[in-house]
Write a protein that binds this ligand. Structure first.
Ligand code: PAF
Length: 285
């Protein structure tokens, strides 16, 4: 496995190897089994794999959140060294390498980035689109792998690729969970022990409402989720919505559900000062 910090080094590597379009896994580091499962999927599909580790400042709407985001570069590299092959590489650029000047691009995703995460984290998806497009330009992948935990991000990146990078196939990979159901996330490292102990309730709540969704109205489901979460000490619900993975429009009534669409129960909450998100597919049949 090679480690590069500049786009020049990446281009030089491509010149040396015969394979030029890798499978690509973009990350912000603090790697866990969820990331490794993306890398393993990429390895199965591509003769060469690139993993980027870059904590992108433009997608943080809260500077404290950016400061506190976990950074574990040595551990990340040793985890990747255990699975990556000789010509695979890790790209760990500086902020100046990714953004040689201020990135003033404003992406218009219509309604896709105005709901859920987009509503609560203004500018977040513009920053994600900025960095992903910069990384796509540098890495020039054939496939790019994203986790389904970031449900809305995945839909927005598919839209970005459809518009501007039709040569890149976006591969959605399933959420990896801890034994108690907590979705794996770099942010879990920051949970207080008391909050970590209760965090499995998030998945249990999603499972419960996903099972009820065929029979209960959306408002009732929202009430169940907010009551359950408010009973966990230190937890605060930010939103719970049911949305399909194409329009992302949160449903108001059960009657809006169409059998032809896939619906997901989506949640964002704070456990102490750690913001967590999760989602679960709802079966309509
Ligand atoms: O999902 C993430 O970790 C980030 O949003 C991404 C896609 C690496 C862009 O910084």
């Amino acid at each position: 496995m090679k480690v590069f910090t500049t786009s020049r080094q990446v281009a030089g590597h491509y010149e040396k190897c015969s394979c030029k379009r890798p499978g690509f896994v973009p990350t912000m580091g603090a790697l866990h089994e969820g990331h490794l499962s993306l890398v393993k999927s990429a390895i199965l599909k591509s003769p060469m794999v690139a993993v980027s580790i870059f904590v992108n400042p433009t997608q943080f709407n809260d500077s404290e959140d950016l400061k506190k985001y976990p950074r574990t570069p040595e551990e990340d590299l040793s985890m990747l060294a255990g699975i990556m092959r000789e010509n695979d590489f890790v790209f760990m650029p500086s902020v100046d390498e990714v953004y040689p000047g201020p990135d003033l691009r404003a992406f218009d995703f219509g309604r896709l980035d105005k709901v859920m995460e987009g509503l609560h984290r203004p500018g977040h998806f513009n920053g994600v689109a900025q960095v992903v497009s910069r990384l796509f330009d540098i890495i020039k992948p054939s496939y790019a792998f994203f986790g389904q935990k970031d449900f809305q991000q995945l839909t927005i990146i598919k839209e970005l690729a459809k518009r501007s990078y039709p040569e890149i196939t976006i591969v959605a990979c399933p959420i990896k969970r801890e034994k108690d159901g907590l979705a794996m996330s770099s942010r879990n490292k920051r949970l207080l022990p008391a909050h970590r102990e209760k965090a499995g309730e998030i998945y249990k709540t999603l499972k419960k409402v996903a099972e009820m969704a065929r029979h209960k109205e959306i408002d009732e489901l929202k009430k169940i989720v907010s009551t359950t979460i408010s009973k966990i000490p230190g937890f605060r619900l930010e939103y719970f919505e049911i949305a399909d993975d194409v329009s992302l429009a949160p449903l108001k009534n059960k009657s809006e559900m169409k059998l032809s669409r896939k619906y997901y129960a989506c949640i964002a909450l704070f456990a102490g000062d750690v913001r967590l998100i999760d989602n679960l597919r709802i079966s309509l049949r």
